[in-house]
Design a binder for this molecule. Structure first.
Ligand SMILES: *[C@@H]1O[C@H](CO)[C@@H](O)[C@H](O)[C@H]1NC(C)=O
Ligand SMILES: *[C@@H]1O[C@H](CO)[C@@H](O)[C@H](O)[C@H]1NC(C)=O
Ligand SMILES: *[C@@H]1O[C@H](CO)[C@@H](O)[C@H](O)[C@H]1NC(C)=O
Ligand SMILES: *[C@@H]1O[C@H](CO)[C@@H](O)[C@H](O)[C@H]1NC(C)=O
Ligand SMILES: *[C@@H]1O[C@H](CO)[C@@H](O)[C@H](O)[C@H]1NC(C)=O
Ligand SMILES: *[C@@H]1O[C@H](CO)[C@@H](O)[C@H](O)[C@H]1NC(C)=O
Length: 196
């Protein structure tokens, strides 16, 4: 009996430990409310996105249908993060117009490309998006997270959009495939820029 309950106890400890390991493998749940930004930027609203520890901060301008956004996600400086909008009424990656921030080739300079993901093996050519981008995007890497700053003309002047976000590695100076399991497959949200 004693033996049995000892091993039951060990099992319980093992289960707890693996639950903890699983929890720490994921970025901590973010709290967007007290975030601060470079260059005196501030935003009216924010939302903790459901996966990848990411947050979205924005100010919507009804008079011209644009939104100023800041997308923040934890990542090592040798990785990349991305945020965008699927302009083809899809809910996933293909058909999305995205901003991708990285420090390619280990240089400390954070750069942003804008690209339309035309397939699951996108060209990642820096080009024109499926919506207007009235000001040049920017990005920073601070305290273990990338932040992308952008202004977007919301497609169709609609306040609700299918948004996507992602994080992955840089290999050989190039943006490489993100993990294709778990949270990396859940990083989509129908986002309401009026209410969040
Ligand atoms: C955010 O700031 C408010 C007001 O300063 C403070 O009461 C609150 O504890 C802060 N929240 C976090 C998560 O730091
Ligand atoms: C949209 O309106 C806001 C608020 O008036 C303004 O700051 C911004 O420059 C405008 N953007 C464009 C592209 O006209
Ligand atoms: C977008 O819609 C708003 C009303 O919701 C309107 O005031 C504004 O003129 C529209 N902007 C554009 C660029 O169509
Ligand atoms: C967008 O997709 C939804 C669901 O797949 C569909 O019901 C809707 O008609 C589509 N809208 C447009 C404009 O294609
Ligand atoms: C992408 O293109 C824009 C506009 O031409 C340019 O300003 C930016 O530096 C380019 N980004 C990279 C990483 O090459
Ligand atoms: C990074 O390095 C690779 C391989 O040396 C090169 O092909 C690529 O153009 C570099 N990228 C940048 C942004 O300098």
């Amino acid at each position: 009996m004693a033996r049995l309950s000892d091993s039951a106890c060990l099992l319980a400890v093992a289960v707890l430990l693996s639950a903890e390991a699983a929890a720490t493998a994921q970025p901590a749940a973010a709290d967007c409310t007290n975030a601060t930004f470079q260059a005196g930027r501030s935003y009216q609203r924010c939302s903790n996105l459901p996966v990848l520890g990411a947050t979205l901060h924005w100010t919507y301008h009804a008079e011209n249908g644009t939104a100023d956004i800041a997308f923040r996600a934890p990542q090592t400086s040798s990785g990349w993060v991305a945020w965008g909008i699927n302009t083809q009424n899809g809910t996933g990656m293909v058909g999305s117009s995205v901003f991708i921030a990285s420090q390619l080739n280990g240089t400390a300079a954070t750069s942003v490309i804008t690209t339309v993901l035309e397939s699951f093996r996108p060209s990642l050519r820096n080009g024109t998006l499926g919506f207007g981008v009235p000001a040049p995007p920017a990005a920073e890497y601070t305290a273990g997270a990338y932040t992308i700053y952008a202004t977007v003309a919301l497609p169709g002047n609609a306040t609700t959009q299918n948004t996507v976000w992602q994080a992955g590695p840089v290999r050989g100076g190039a943006i490489a495939m993100h993990p294709t399991t778990g949270p990396n497959l859940k990083s989509t949200k129908r986002h309401d820029f009026l209410s969040g």
